[in-house]
Ligand binder design. Structure first.
Ligand code: UD1
Length: 328
């Protein structure tokens, strides 16, 4: 029998590639499956790369059989909320149907553990601004719905079979690997810290502030920004947890406190040494004023201890990566 291995779908993407790096550094046997629709082959620092789609059952069955795959980390997905509103079936196909196909392959091959990338978008609009894992799920866009449907399939399959899972609900992921080898290369980015870093290095003319009249201390939206390396480490802890016999569970991934858009801009300006160009705009449709995780369960369940809970550090690594992209 070949050595046990780990299949990482979407391992060429922003978060997947950071997890592959950590898995590789600890000597795991890794297979990365990615169709490169939004990922980058050069971001895969370890393991064997197979170009293909997660929904291709013949391919996935073959990979699972050939490599004695015990655990699957499933990142492959489309993740742009406005695009999901315009083209919902693209999201239900790639995020929900492909996950269903992958799960069937996992079940057939007897895969033991799955770690799934979910999102705070499953909660929808919150009354208090804070979401715990038990908060009602009411997504307000197809992206969130496509992920919530996948969560449900994973729970149902775990109930019916020996599959164990950890579902990780990401809050606002930002920053880049402090070693500077990988980062967020997403084209046409819409996420605040990435866009602000692009403005700082001169790739964009200005940052639009979407809404200055929210009921928050400075009028701008507040989010729980989590550094991608801390999020990647949470996946490793989740894997260890399942491999040590931990029960299937769902965990929020955030720090449990938030920063406003103006806080982020101040941090970028401090790091950059000069103020970035901004323009105040009306609110963006669908943006809640405040979205912060109740983040106790992840700490107590999988022994996760964040190392980068510092907004200045987060923007510093984003800025460093943006400078590197500009120079390459
Ligand atoms: C986005 C996703 C959300 C997902 C989350 C985590 C959307 C609409 N939402 O959240 O579903 O769970 O990432 O990955 O894509 N902002 C500006 N100017 C900009 C960009 C953003 O002012 O150019 C503001 C927003 O109004 C918001 C905050 O910055 O208050 C964060 O926005 P963004 O980075 O786009 O992430 P979210 O919308 O919170």
């Amino acid at each position: 029998m070949t050595r046990k291995s780990i299949l990482v779908t979407g391992g060429a993407g922003y978060i997947g590639s950071h997890v592959v790096k950590l898995l590789g550094e600890r000597g795991e046997n890794i297979i990365v499956l990615d169709d490169l629709s939004t990922g980058f082959e050069e971001a895969i620092l370890y393991g064997e790369f197979i170009k293909g789609n997660t929904g291709d059952q013949a391919l996935v069955n073959n990979i699972l059989k050939q490599n004695n795959v015990e655990s699957v980390l499933h990142f492959a997905a489309h993740t742009i909320v406005p695009e999901s509103v315009e083209n919902p079936l693209k999201y239900y196909q790639n995020n929900t149907c492909c996950t269903r196909n992958l799960l069937e392959c996992c079940s057939t091959a007897g895969v033991k553990n799955i770690i799934f990338s979910s999102t705070a978008a499953v909660y929808g609009e919150l009354e208090t601004g804070y979401a715990s894992e038990d908060t009602a799920k009411s997504p307000i866009n197809p992206y969130g719905s496509s992920k919530l449907m996948s969560e449900q399939m994973i729970r149902d399959l775990s109930y019916a079979t020996d599959l164990n899972h950890v579902i990780l609900r990401y809050f606002n992921v930002a920053g880049s690997d402090p070693d500077g080898r990988i980062g967020q290369s997403t084209k046409n980015a819409t996420l605040l810290i990435k866009v602000a870093a692009e403005v700082a290095v001169g790739k964009r003319e200005k940052l639009l502030i979407f809404g200055t009249d929210y009921p928050t201390p400075d009028g701008t939206g507040i989010r729980d920004y989590i550094h991608v390396s801390d999020l990647a480490a949470a996946h490793i802890k989740a894997l260890d947890y399942l491999q040590n016999g931990g029960e299937s569970t769902t965990l929020n991934c955030g720090y449990g406190h938030g920063f406003s858009v103006r806080d982020v801009i101040n941090a970028i300006n401090n790091e950059n040494g000069s103020p970035i160009n901004v323009e105040e705009m009306p609110r963006r449709a669908g943006d809640p004023p405040e979205l912060i995780s109740v983040a106790d369960k992840i700490r107590s369940t999988i022994d996760w201890q964040p190392q980068y809970d510092d907004i200045n550090l987060i923007v510093r690594t984003s800025l460093a990566w943006e400078k590197k992209l500009l120079a390459s």
